[in-house]
Design a protein around this ligand. Sequence first.
Ligand code: KG4
Ligand code: ZN
Length: 345
Amino acid sequence: MLVLGIESSCDETGLALYDTERGLLAHALHSQIEMHSEYGGVVPELASRDHIRRTLPLIQKVLNDAKLALSDIDGIAYTQGPGLSGALLVGTCIAESLAFTLNVPTIGVHHLEGHLLAPLLEENPPQFPFVALLVSGGHTQLMKVTDIGEYELLGDTLDDAAGEAFDKTAKLLGLGYPGGPAVSKVANQGKKGRFKLPRPMLNSGDLNFSFSGLKTAVLTLANQALANETDSDLQTKADIAYEFQEAVTEILTTKCMSALRETGLDNLIVSGGVGANKRLREQLNFATKRKLCHVHYPRLEFCTDNGAMIAFAGAQRLKALEENKLNHSFTVRPRWDLAELQKPQ
Ligand code: KG4
Ligand code: ZN
């Protein structure tokens, strides 16, 4: 079954073709980062307009790359939510209209399920069950995953998400948008031990997280350390970024190891934008190896938003559905709790 995947929930237009027999055949992405960067964050109206401009040419591109035609498509998967309503509506509307003309079924995919399953696109994917750390711009969750659609929430953030903390720290330090890669790049120049930031909830005894206190601690530290503009500003920012990244990655790693211990499982998958963080990967690789566990990541480009994860998640659900959706009326779900998902039947 050949599935076209369309991702348009935020600031990336992602398209992909996934075949249930042959795997991922093609994928293409247009990032709007440059367009939004002058505003310091995503402007929803501009995002929607750009998805409109990009989606059809990108569909043509993936078809050309895979040497396939529209008529080869057996089903269409699109991000139905959560995300920006206008942006979601663009992908949804194109998916449903195209499916109507091709007379193929559609499936609305939960964006986070897309992220969650992205590591399964790689070679030697883990078997169910496994523990999943989902670290995106809006979510920091630990889950026990027993099957597609069977997600038991083990821990969640009580306030900010880890990605959000990276974004806010970048803003505070004047490092630009998106914050994760910017903080990480500057942190590479940082010196160990100059500053000390707290590790909130590290020893809370549960699997929950809290990052808003850390953000406030960065604000206080930055205000003190950068009070007078001097030549050493850049180094100071790098030292703060270094310690911030150490704090976040230590918390995430510790909680992942606790989740593996508590569930008795030995496979961990990491997904979402923060999963691209090099230091997080170093720490997780080290910690899991020590405990004879395995950690699986998506390739770097599939940590952040992309069409491949939507095509893949959609294909798993379309394949399992007894009755495929051929009625092409639609709605999007800008707010959508992952816990509402059920196993396809
Ligand atoms: O999964 P994603 O692309 O979008 C959402 O669904 O939210 O995640 C975006 C988040 C942003 O907060 C971004 O700053 C963060 O992932 N991020 C990173 C890195 N790359 C992206 N955080 C830390 N290190 C990175 N290398
Ligand atoms: Zn995402």
